[in-house]
Every structure is written in C-alpha cells, then in structure tokens.
Unconditional design. Sequence first.
Length: 276
Amino acid sequence: MESSPQNSPGSPGSPRQKDVNNTLKRFSTFWIGCILFVAFGLASLVLGIGFNKPVVNNIDKVNAKRRAMIKRGVDKSHAGAREKALLSFERVGSHFLNTAPAPDEKPEFVLPGSATQKRKASGGSGIVVPAGFPTVDPDAPVDVAVMEQGKAMFAICSACHGPEGKGMYHINKTGPPLANSEWVTGPVANLIAIQFRGLSGPIEVNGEKYTPVAPMAALPLDNNSIAAVLTYIRNSFGNKASPVTPEQVEAMRGELGKPMLSPADLIPPTAATGSN
C-alpha cells in the first residue's frame, strides 16, 4: 500500500503557512478597523456641523407676517376710532368744557355753623343769577306758537306733574302740583336752574308739604325748548306770569353741571308773583 504523502514545510497546508496567513489577516483587519474608525469619525463631524445649523421654520415666518399684518390693521383701526371720538366730543361735549365743575354737597356732610350751612339756611344763594340777567315785563304778551310748543314738551313733565298740572303725588308720591304754585310764578331763575340741575327733597307748595319718592332729574334741553315749556306752565293751570325767553335760559347755563338743587337752594318766592 502506498503511504499518503506528508505535508512539506512550504506546502500550502503546512502549519508554518497557516501561521503566516493568520498574521496577515490580523494585520489587515487592524488597519481596516482603523480606517473605518477614522471614516466614521469624519462622517460624524461633518454630520454634526450640518445638524447644528439653525433650522429655518417656515411656520414662524408665516406667523410673523400674519402678526405684522394684524398689527397694522389694529393700528389703522385705532387711529380712525380716535379721530372719530375726538370729532364726536368736539360736536357733542365741547360745550361742557365751558362749565366749571362744582363739588357734590351732601347735607349729611355739611358742618353746623359753617358757611355752607349758613348759606343753605338763609336760602336762595344756591342759585347764581348772573349780572345783567334779562328781565321780562310781567304783562308781556305770550306767543301762541310758543305755548303750543311748550304744551307738546309738557307731555314729558306730565308723567309726574299730571296732565292738568295737579301733580301725581296723591297717586304715586311723585311730582307736586304746578297749578297755582308760588314756585312756578315766582323767580324764573329757579325754574331754569331746576331744568339744568334737577331738584330733590321735601318742598312746600301752597302751604302743603310734599316729599317725592324720587328727585326731579335734570333735563337740559335747548334754549328754545326750555323757554317754551316754562312759559307754558307759567301761563297754564291757573298760573299767570311773564313768558320765559331763550336769552334768559342761555344766561343761566352756568348752572349746568352743578349738584342737584334742594328747595333750600332756591330763591324764595315773593308775595309779588308773576315777575322775573
């Protein structure tokens, strides 16, 4: 039998050749690993720089544009509203600038013996009648057209004073009577001031005391309307007195804006009624 040939030291299958091959593999594997490590590091560095760049958000851009557009619209709207408000005030409220404000005097805050208390106790000084206040002759004729206008205006007043001027106090404790009233035919400055300031508190009419449940509110109409309605009540319901003129109403506009009147603030009616 033929014996199998033994591997020679230089043959491919010899142990020495195997050792050489293993060494080359290890050497090549080491350098391949180094190269891959360096390549991975470089790739990470490049990618890291790229990802660290600020990201441009398109949504933020769109929202910023919308906010800027809304702000421009709001600014434009506010500018127009401000101009309209200024124009409205100029038309409606500018005349109030000519009226000096007055303190609100409450009776419970008035000190006994003070100048305010003495003024109120004396009566009449609560209304300021300006110098040169126009006067009208007690026998001056009354314009029929003015009476008709005043009668129409009196529809508002009749809710408290009654359609016949007898008052509604006996029904709902509101307005005292105007018929045959010494206050109606008395100083015309009282009536005009009441129109501008209102009236609150107990009042005596023809010897009878009335305490309305609510004050008479101010009703500052135009000069012609106030003159007409006051002329009407001074010459209706048994009353006879001089007519009221728009010039008299205008002269008393300094009372506008002052605190509400009380009967003690009014000019006391005199025995000689019917005059100004």
